[in-house]
Design a protein around this ligand. Sequence first.
Ligand SMILES: NC(=O)c1ccc[n+]([C@@H]2O[C@H](COP(=O)([O-])OP(=O)(O)OC[C@H]3O[C@@H](n4cnc5c(N)ncnc54)[C@H](OP(=O)(O)O)[C@@H]3O)[C@@H](O)[C@H]2O)c1
Length: 429
Amino acid sequence: MECDVRIATKANGQVEWGGARPRRIAVLGSTGSIGTQTLDIAAKNPEKLSVVALAAGHRANDVLAQARTFGVRHVAMGSEELADQAVADDLRAAVRESDAAAPAQARAASEPSVAFGARAVEDLCALPEVDVVVNALVGEAGMRASYRALKEGKVLALANKESLVVGGDLIMPLAHAADERAGHPGALMPIDSEHGAIYQCFVGERTSEVSRLWVTASGGPFRGRTRDELRAITPAQALNHPTWNMGAKITIDSSTLMNKGLEVIEAHHLFGMDYDRISVVVQPQSAIHSMVEFVDGSVKAHLGTTDMRIPIQYALSFPERWPAPVEPLDFTRIGSLEFFPPDTDTFRCLALARHAGEVGGTLPCVMNAANEVAVAAFLAERGSYLGIAACVEAVMDEHERRGVERVESLEQLESLDRWARAEAARHIS
Ligand SMILES: NC(=O)c1ccc[n+]([C@@H]2O[C@H](COP(=O)([O-])OP(=O)(O)OC[C@H]3O[C@@H](n4cnc5c(N)ncnc54)[C@H](OP(=O)(O)O)[C@@H]3O)[C@@H](O)[C@H]2O)c1
């Protein structure tokens, strides 16, 4: 039987992928934090996962090493400038070598390829031999790949949270349609630890009996500080996250609590939950990755080691569970579990994101673009730490003044994204 969730079978009420061959994955953002951890899981499970395509932005030499390690026949680099450089020839040679060593079945599916530019990255989602697209791109740049993966009938293992924040209104109907075709949910598997946790708490439950989602937050490195104490924060200080080791953009978002705001919007789309039933609670130990409360007052929590390889692996193994990729949590060493309300007066970004989600339409797209610009400026030491929230708020205000629109198309969102980026550049302070 084909290894394809669309034709997954139900045995004893359990959905199974069927077939003995590995699930074939395309890893978009393979050089990043989530991308490299995904490859680590694939390396540990060669009989279960086969890496067939890789994409990244600039780090072509890293991709070259990955392509050789995994015998990959398809590579795309987001940066078009790389097409004329020597590394492009090295990549072409690597995929030709992989092709020569590949089984006849793989060679029959497609010609080996090395391509450059945003469209090339997106096109990997359409390869016939890809079963699962792992979207670990950063920023709005990942939205088209999410859309395309579902449109092409692939399983989407989604780390790129900006996809749903910006394009959730367009992407979720594709996921629901795919789930209906397959007869069970599984077309869109969240990788984000909070949403992976909530997903697992939902398993075996009736959605109608869920009363609240509790999204947990570490509180970031500046928990407990006042606005005055945040004025002189440097990128190095903000990049020092207390519990998670992540890429630069999400680490800054975690420190401002924008990351939690993005996750609230993501949870709204993924689980179809109204905003007044999504709460954020600070859980500084990051042992509880999120919780689901039911109408009878019961609460299910997901706990685990703070290592992204656990949620990444679950997104790839579902509905199976595979042996732990890291040491499991040792409860005798946690000590205590603490809970606090988030301080949304000091960390304005969480309140701004919730507002954007509640208004909906094109406002989250505009908010996200302004945040990407402000974070990049802060990291480049062109903008201040508190300037991030100020910039986001100013661009959101301007968009609301002009009129928030209903989301109609990817092109509309991309056009607004460009407008918001230009507007944000005027508000860097
Ligand atoms: N890291 C985590 O623990 C974590 C947890 C939950 C969710 N997430 C989400 O997962 C996503 C990835 O996060 P990350 O921390 O892994 O980011 P990261 O370490 O910065 O990696 C980003 C990846 O995307 C690639 N990339 C960037 N722009 C691109 C473009 N225009 N075209 C093609 N590739 C591009 C980068 O390639 P180059 O570096 O080669 O340019 C890199 O491989 C984000 O949306 C984040 O919010 C991350």
